[in-house]
Each structure stands twice: as C-alpha cells, then as structure tokens.
Unconditional design. Sequence first.
Length: 123
Amino acid sequence: MSESHFEKARQWLRARNIQRLTWEDVDAFIRDQEFDRDEYFESHTVFRHHHADWQKEFVYADHVRWIAVYWVVGGSEGYYVHVETRECETQKAELAFLGKFWDVARAEQAANMLQALVNAATW
C-alpha cells in the first residue's frame, strides 16, 4: 500500500470529521471512490442479515481485532475484493463487503484504498 493511499484515506476521514469509522462510512467511501461503478461493491447479504443495524456499527467493534481487505481471482470470471472482520479470540472471519471487478488493476486499487481507510481509522 502506498503512502499516498494512506494519506488520501486520512484526508477523507478528516474532511468528514469521522472519529470512529462505521460500516456506513465504508459504504460512502466505496461510492465516493466509484468502486461500485464496475460490476458491484456492497455489504454482503449474510452480514446485513446478522447485523440489522450494520450501517451504524463501528468497524472496530469490541470483538473485532482487525480488518482484512484483499482481492482474489474469480472462479469463472473477474476479480473479487473481500472486506472481512477478524475476531480477537477465535480468528473467526466474517465477510462484511464484497466487490466484483473486471480489471485486476481496479480490484487491486480498491483493495489497497479500502485497507488504507480501515488502517487510517485506527490512528
């Protein structure tokens, strides 16, 4: 992740006066960066089902140790970006957001920018 991604994420947080990052903020960042204009990028259905008020939840809730953001090659087409929470004690992962891209460079950019955002939110 380049320093510019991290600084860009910090500027985005400061411009919106965000003290504690929520999933709604992550969703807004995805829209602002236009990562949803490819195929899709949205909160995962199961995550929304298990977290009725998911938009207001803090990304780093009490049980969350870290957030993992990465891209993978799709099984039949495209590239997918995963945003997952990792719990403190159990190492349990929960998929929070999923995005699909046709271009590997866009998937890589989205993963890097979102990882920078969740990292910047811890400072």
